[in-house]
Design a protein around this ligand. Sequence first.
Ligand code: NAP
Length: 474
Amino acid sequence: MNEGEMLYIDGDWEAGERYETLYSPYDQEELARIPLATKAQVKRAIDSAHHATRTMKSLSAFERAELLSNVAAGFEKYDEQCAQILVKENAKPIKAARGEIKRTIETYRFAAEEAKRIHGEMVPLDAAEGGKSRLGYTKHEPLGVIAAITPFNFPFNLTAHKLGPAFAAGNTVVLKPASQTPLSGLMTARIFEEAGLPKGALQVITGKGSELGDLLVKDDRVRMVTFTGSVSVGKAIREKAGLKKVTLELGSNSGVIVDTVEDLDAVVERCVEGAFTYAGQVCISVQRIFVQDRLYHTFLDRLVEKTESLQIGDPAHENTDVSALISPGESERLQAWVNEAHEQGATIAFGGNKRGAVIEPTIITNADRTLSVNADEAFGPVVTVTPYETFDQAIAGVNDSAYGLQAGVFTTEIAKAFKAADELEVGGVIINDIPTFRVDNMPYGGVKNSGIGKEGVKYSTEEMSEIKFVSFKL
Ligand code: NAP
């Protein structure tokens, strides 16, 4: 086991006063001793980020782009090491872990490009009666200190979605990674340090969100909180943040409609990927599938058949598809939801059992809309399948949710595609694919309980800057 990790504050690595042991979710191997930052260390982290705002603001667009390109190159250099961190601290199957690192590299590349595209516009002041002989323009300025609070499920790429745009726009950052995935946050800091980040521009503080969160969220020097995680924590942050900017990327119980298709096997394959990749611990995981009546039985048979072929087990094995949930508590919660569904008359068409730390990929039918497996965010390898008669019923089914992140629609009829695009109450409508589709330059963020604000590099960069207006009297 490691001697003990360090916090990254003001360009230096420093020890903690207290430590907590980090275990692997799959086999409970002891991975590292993680420092629990003290209040004084959090305060110094914010001091340092505040102090570095001048340096970051003075960097040219070219210099910010170079820095982020170097970071992308750093992730390329350490790609396998980063993937192995995900296998250990995250129980992410190695195939998916390598995929996340590839996306992380691309996210930082997009951020490097975005750094060069930030610009304002001329404002035609003379269009106003009193604006004759005046010239106006806008410029984008960095906000200053940004607190980034990240979840466990994509610890490299979702951190990249905060750090990349924040630095592209010239801000400084205090990062608080999830307690179960601190090693990825600290590795990210090492890569930034090697890439030539100015001292104090990034701090990584590890420890419990419930203890450290308020120190970040309530400090007046922090100008924005960018949070990805659960609804309850997100709402509490919004209430405490005062006049700071806040973006919240929260959960979902995403729905997909299978209406008319040319290649049912291809649709089934995508639904299996969407429901069970990383054991369903994806905010846009496929959780509720609505299938046209006449396709329902064939679809279900093929869904079960394809799910049977998934390999369950050790995330380090090259052929593993589904591994452990992030904690024993999470697998117990999900098992209880499946049991509840069964007791309330739903049919477990496949899976439904716990094997050690792993919940089997589970397919449920005849599940009432009010059951937790439908109404709440499962955040695990559980999917429900429900038949429908009319397309209106399918849209109503997807919209019957407290969440609204993304929805998928498989249809060969263009009018239905446009109708879905108009009527689905979500942040992103994905035609002819699952709601789990995401590439890192698209706008991404939900409505209802799924959050406020948009990510996707260009969109976060805008959120992370302030428009300043300048007027000249000529
Ligand atoms: P979480 O429990 O809400 O934790 C997220 C982060 O918040 C962690 O760093 C956590 O620290 C911290 N935190 C906890 N209590 C806090 C407090 N009182 N103040 C400030 N920060 C606090 O979420 P999670 O279990 O890691 O992630 C799963 C959730 O994230 C799911 O709901 C999923 O849908 C959502 N998610 C959304 C998106 C999206 O883009 N919309 C993407 C990925 C995940 P500790 O770990 O130390 O508690």
